[in-house]
Design a protein around this ligand. Sequence first.
Ligand SMILES: [Ca+2]
Length: 348
Amino acid sequence: MQKRTLSLLTMLILFQAACATQTLPENTPETQTTPSTSETVTNEPLPPCSDPMCFMQRSVHIATQDEWADFFNQVEYKDNIIEIITRPATSRPWYRFAVDNASAKRIADGVAFYKQNQSVALQAEQNYGVPASVMTAILGIETVYGRNMGSYRVADALNTLAFNYNKRLDFFQDELRALMQMSKELNRNPLDFTGSYAGAMGMPQFMPSSYRQWAKDGDGDGFADIWTSRADAYASVGNYLKQHGWQTGGRIFVPLSVSEEQVPQLDAFSAEKTGLNHTVGEFRQLGLTLPPDIKDDDKALIYRLETAPNEFSYYVGLNNFVVIWQYNNSRMYVHAVGVIANGIRSGL
Ligand SMILES: [Ca+2]
């Protein structure tokens, strides 16, 4: 190990002579799948580093060269992570997605989990204004209520992806820096943390940058322990949703009854796949019926889900739909959260 430290440092010194001295901007886009927005980029970003040497040089504002060298001497490269992440994504229709993510069993387990953790769930609901059922549903989809949190060392996962997953080198290099930062802030070894193959941690599956920004200590022991403290997991999810604009009392989605002649227009809305570009009033003018408590000027979108082969149901997504979308950028994910949350409420 010592020998490799020396060689890394020697290489670093040689490398420094050749490498530009700019540093990367510290703030990078939010990790968890924000719906696409067009933000103005004023500075030309540097291309991502292709190796730890360059990365270390650009990251000395986070940790010293010795600390980084020590880190890179201990982390491992995990072949199977690259295999998993580069597997072609199969796009599943809702009726298949729902079997895995919003089944009756998932809902029943959610009711049980909610009941077991009712006091901390309701405490978080009170603190953040997000229904306990919604936070429970997110923990249910992310990790089956804390059962599948992933057993990779986050350091290994990020080290593997940051220099080998070419599609998202920047993203994972930023997360690697965030991991080092959070370790320092928590006074822990960066190799201590476990998570998924992509570096998402604990019951709510926060990436390190999200942990630093949104994780909360719900049980008051001074540590936002999203791995083992359910109070902390609830508080962290609640805080994330609140900070992303959750409207207390607002709905996630509303199912629509649709006539045959409305279908082409609704399909066009559904194909937009962007944020809240329309208003409820606009949809009412098309003859769609929405519950009277939803105001005409509430922002809204329309989406459809394939509920059986070639059969589609249509929904209006409201503000809180887009808030959950920022947790995971998939309409089926958001819909599943709504379905589980409704199921939990009915099952209590
Ligand atoms: Ca805690």
